[in-house]
Design a protein around this ligand. Sequence first.
Ligand code: NDP
Ligand code: MG
Length: 396
Amino acid sequence: MAELITILGSSGSIGVSTLDIVARHPDRYQVFALTGHSRIDVLAAQSRQFRPRYVVTGSQQSADLLQGQVPVGTEVLWGEQALVDVASHPEVDSVMAAIVGAAGLLPTLAAARAGKRVLLANKESLVMAGALFMDAVRDGGATLLPIDSEHNAIFQCLPCVAGKVETGGVSRILLSGSGGPFRTRPLAELQHVTPAEACAHPNWVMGQKISVDSATMMNKGLELIEACWLFGVAADFVEVVIHPQSIIHSLVAYSDGSVLAQLGNPDMRTPIAHALAWPQRIESGVKPLNLVDIARLDFEAPDLERFPCLALASSAARSGKDYPAALNAANEVAVAAFLAGHIRFPDIATVVEAVLNSWQPSEPSDLDAVQHADRQARILATDQILAINKTKARIS
Ligand code: NDP
Ligand code: MG
C-alpha cells in the first residue's frame, strides 16, 4: 500500500521538489494533505494534480478563494489548528516539514508527538525548541530524518545502528557552506546590496528567507545549532568550512583519520528522495554528478568579519538556554525588514546582535516559554529596526 504523506509548505521550494519526487513514484507515495499560506494558485494546481484529502491555507479568505478550485473529494481547511491536525492525523505515515520559519514549529512538533516519520526541512523549529522537539521525537516514537542537505549528508556519513545514528569514533562534523552570493563582494558594497541580489544564490534555488540567510551565513549558524540537536553533539564538535561549489554537502571525520563526505549536484531532490525512501534508495530525477566537468573542489575558512551572523549563531549555540530562540526570532524580523526595504543588508546582523546583547536568558522548559521568548525577541528586534531608521532619518 502507498505511504500517506502530509506536505507542510507544499507551495514553497521544498514542497514543490517533494511533489516532484512523489509524482515519480505514484505506487509508493500518496498525498494526504497539502498546506500553503498565500499562494492559492499553486495550491489549487497541486490539489488538481495530487488530489489530497485536505488542503490547508493561512486564512479564511484564502480558503474561500481556493474552495471552488479544488477537485471533488478535497476538503479546504485553514489556520494553525488545521496544520496541526493534518500533521498528526492517525492515517498519515510521513510528514514533510517545509513551512518556513517559526510558523512551522507547532505542526512539526505535532507530527513528532504523533510518532510520524518526520522529514525535517524547517530547521527553525529545531533551533527554537531543540530540547522540546527532541523529547517529542523520543516520547512520540517518531523517526526524524534530516532534509537540510548538510544534515542529510552527515546522516548518510554517520554509522547507523538499528535505525539510530551513532557518533562513537567520530572526531568532528564538518558542515560545509557555499558562502552565498557575497563571498567575494567588497565589504563596503554590502551596505548597498538589494534583496534581489541577496536572493540570487550562486548554486541553489530556494525560498527568499533562506536565500537571505545564506547571504548573511545565518543559515550556516542555524544549521550548526540544528546539527547539535540532530546528532547530539556540542557546538565545538562542528566546524564550518566554506566550499563554494556546493558539491560536497558535508563531511564526518573519524578518530582513525578517515573523512567521509557525501557528494552530489546541488539539487534538494537528492536529500528529499533519500529521506522519503530511507533506508532504501529511489530515483530522484537529479542529474548524475560529473566530476571531470566539475574539475576542482575548493575550501576556505569562514570570514567572521564578513559573516557576523555566523559568529552570533555560534555564540547563541554555546550560550544555550533560549538564546537560539531569540536569535531565530530576531533574524526572522530583520530578514523580513530587509526584504521589505526597511533596513540595509548589514543591519540584519546589527539587529540580531542588539537583541542578543540585551537578552535576559532563561531555560525554555515548555512550549509556552519558547513562544514567550520568540515574542519578546520580535518586540526587541522591531524596536531596534525603528531605532536604526530614526538614526538614518536624523542623518539624511
Ligand atoms: P519557501 O518560502 O519557498 O516556502 C515556504 C512555505 O511555507 C510555503 O509553502 C509558504 O506558503 C509556507 N508558509 C509561509 N509562511 C507560513 C505561515 N505563517 N504559516 C504556514 N505556512 C507558511 O521556503 P523554502 O521551501 O525554501 O524553505 C522551507 C523550509 O525549508 C525553511 O525552513 C528552510 O530553512 C528549509 N530549507 C530549505 C531549503 C531549500 O533549498 N529551499 C534547503 C534546506 C532547508 P505560501 O508560499 O503559500 O505563502
Ligand atoms: Mg542547508
